[in-house]
Design a protein around this ligand. Structure first.
Ligand code: 2AL
Length: 246
């Protein structure tokens, strides 16, 4: 089998979370796949607002550019807001998949409906927007917040895993959904425990996106450069963004 290198990019700068995300991606990757887990050198330490999300994108795009130089075959954007996904597709020669789009697609392959369990209440609007964007608004029964900040998910002294599992179980009862989508990359390592607790498919977008990128690469499918996703034209960027000139 040919070697496939997938860059799994955590768009926040929390290194411990990146390591965790990398472990979850490697747990599902084929033996011939190398997962390189990275995060930007600049940007927010967690992504919990539109402001965080917007300012995570330059650092994320710098990682895509670095992946291109290093010869990455494809990319996962490991944040549930799918920040910078379209721009990343313009830059990358291989496929790019966001974890929200991956998880929502998988959910609709294993049931008629899903609900999302996410971090802070203020992120629920973005999850609904993405469900609509990807064509799954009718399948999404609810988006529920556990009110745990992103970085606390990674804190071994926190009871986040239990709280998320309990909310997922309650959500299945309340929404009558066929599956649960975990709404944060920081929840990836909870997936097996939560699955045991709730009795319906529990979907972690990091795992699904990794397998989707692996599949697209093995099928020889990459982002179309015919129109909208063609590489961005030459342009001068100024000030702090001068290194982003193409
Ligand atoms: C996320 C995520 O996946 N990573 C991050 O920093 N924020 N998503 C979320 N809903 O809080």
């Amino acid at each position: 089998m040919t070697r496939t290198e997938i860059w799994v990019i955590n768009p926040n700068t929390a290194r411990a979370m990146t390591e965790n995300i990398g472990r979850c991606a490697r747990a599902v990757a084929a033996p011939s796949t190398v997962v390189t887990a990275v995060n930007p050198a600049m940007g927010p330490e967690s992504i919990e607002s539109h402001y965080d999300e917007a300012l995570s994108v330059p650092g994320l795009l710098a990682e895509i550019a670095a992946g291109e130089v290093a010869g990455a075959d494809g990319y996962v954007i490991a944040c549930f807001g799918d920040p910078g996904l379209d721009a990343a597709r313009e830059l990358a020669s291989g496929p790019v998949v966001g974890i929200a789009e991956a998880a929502m697609h998988a959910a609709t392959l294993v049931g008629r409906s899903f609900s999302v369990v996410t971090t802070l209440a203020r992120t629920t609007g973005r999850a609904w927007d993405l469900a609509a964007r990807y064509g799954f608004a009718g399948a999404c029964r609810g988006v529920h917040a556990c009110d745990i900040p992103v970085l606390e998910l990674d804190d071994p002294s926190s009871d986040a895993r239990k709280v998320v599992a309990a909310l997922c179980a309650e959500t299945v009862e309340r929404d009558g959904c066929d599956s649960i989508v975990l709404g944060c990359a920081g929840m990836a390592s909870f997936c097996a425990d939560v699955s045991r607790a709730v009795g319906v498919p529990v979907i972690d977008g990091v795992a699904v996106a990794t397998k989707l990128v692996e599949s697209l690469v093995s099928l020889g499918l990459r982002t179309s450069t015919r129109g909208e996703f063609a590489p961005p034209g030459p342009k001068r960027y100024t000030g702090l963004l001068r290194d982003f000139s193409v």
